[in-house]
Design a protein around this ligand. Sequence first.
Ligand code: F3S
Length: 653
Amino acid sequence: MGQTITEKILDDHLVEGELTPGEEIGIEIDQVLTQDTTGTMVWLQFEALDLDEVQTELAAQYCDHQTYQFDFKNTDDHRFLRSAAGTYGAYFSRPGNGICHQVHKENFAAPGKTLLGSDSHTPTPGGLGQLAIGAGGLDIAVAMGGGPYYVEMPEVVNVHLEGELPEWATAKDIALHLLGELTVKGGVGKIFEYTGPGAENLTIPERTTITNLGTELGATSSIFATDEKTKDWLARQDREEEYVDLQPDDDAEYAETIEVDLTELEPLVAAPSMPDNVAPVSEYAGTDVEQVIVGSCTNGAYEDILPSAKMLEGREVAKQTEMIVAPGSKQASEMLAREGWTAEMMAAGVNFSEATCGACIGIGHVPASDSVSLRTFNRNFEGRSGIEDDSVFLCSPEVATAAAITGKIVDPRDLADDLGDLEAPGLEMGTKYGPGMGQSDSDIISPDEAIDDGLVKGPNIGDVPIKNGIDAEIGGEALLKMEDNITTDHIIPATADILKFRSNIEKLSEFTLSRVDDTFAQRSLDADGGVLVAGENYGQGSSREHAALCPMYLGIEAVFAQSFARIHKANLFNFGIVPLAIDAETYEQIDQGDDIHIVDDVPAGVRSGQDEFTVSVNDDWEFTAELDASEREREILAAGGKLSWVKQQHTGG
Ligand code: F3S
């Protein structure tokens, strides 16, 4: 049977398992990337692995999410990241050089290679034929140590694109159209593979806009075949030799095929406050717009910003509206500046941001209260812009710029009719200048150019706690009994005032479960640890590993819950906390403060495949709790967590 592109790349990198959807596979990782908010923990974990250097072909550390410095903690984090990259042999991209996905695409992404990144939009270079997946920090550290990445084999879905986009419809509209049709859950457990004449017509920046937004579908990854356009784009980055031909076989079998006729698409928006709340621009025409931002990892390339510049040539931004351009990379900024477009846009009333995530996560350019902001970004969740009553629309650079010109949401086709002399800007490819022309990679420090001697840690950067094995007797006080649907936000809140301690687990753990009970952390320390009890779906939400790491630091040995969210359960294994399932009746019978102990020898039971454990409550009554774990998860748990497990493998222990 023929293979899809995804299957070909996975086959080439397969270390364990078979390519059967739903089965766990282990794959070799060629490249890794981390960014500044997840990277410190990645490197602290890598340090704990006691390895001398990165084992993957390439690792790159970016500083992009928080480049505006609020206090020394952020600057210290960036300095630590630079020192870690230099010490262990990774590339370091300086703050202001751009957003990880854009800079990685320009400099390192390569067709046929695997990429694992500690950021959810890691799949962006799928537009270049790279199989790229987002993961938690510990998985990145382990991959950098040469370990495989384990993932459930996704279903491969074919998105077959027919025809060409009409004037004023863009790649962003293809992605928004799919979001409207499939919703933000439509891609869970899937990889989207784009094929057909419509896909061949798209340029690389257009393809990477689509693969970037695949994350909003919940997809594991998204990928395009490679072709002359890929080769041409790599040549424009002086990397033509990295081209490889990648096509699905003619008889490749997909789990499902989705047909999209590009000729039927029109300019779209995702209305507040979900990326799948999609409608034609015309539905919101006439809405007052106070702010427009063009940029981000979705539409921050030179080729994304140039259409805005062309539309603004000889025009001005409406007086009631502010327009900001936030390029995805310094390369994009520099190309626009060298060609005079920056000056043109400034003259039209545009303000330029440094190349950073910034506004995308509410750091800078927060909209005014109760106002409309049009952004070319990928997420418009309520409050993400930095203010709770925000009203953020997602759209293409063309739709955003049309709104900047008029001060209102307007279908750019109608604006073109009204103005008479506004042409659809189309797409023009940029070319990176060679070193002799001044365009350089001066903001990327290669491992050979490392300037630090060892790790440089400021006072806010602590050690990563590591647990060796699990106790034979597990139990203690039920320190907290929680209800259903406790999220990772409940366990470790993500507000900026708390997350600034993400490199300092001792400090961060003080906030553990504070949204449920603000005495919890202190009670845990006083009791020398204990257990947690929860209802259904414990740990839903993000993949935040601090939500398992901090409870581990506080001495939590087991969580008894009616059910667990998938990623959080994996994180509990990764940090040596035993996740045990209980039934509703048992949940009702347990009280906070009860003394709960597992009667069986836990490490022996975990190792031998025991899936039911007897648990005693107050030495008064007993219940049965279930452990549902794969063989690998049992090994990890018995070792005390993934860090210890990997260390044992390396030392043969
Ligand atoms: Fe940064 Fe926003 Fe992309 S936070 S990585 S620009 S989704």
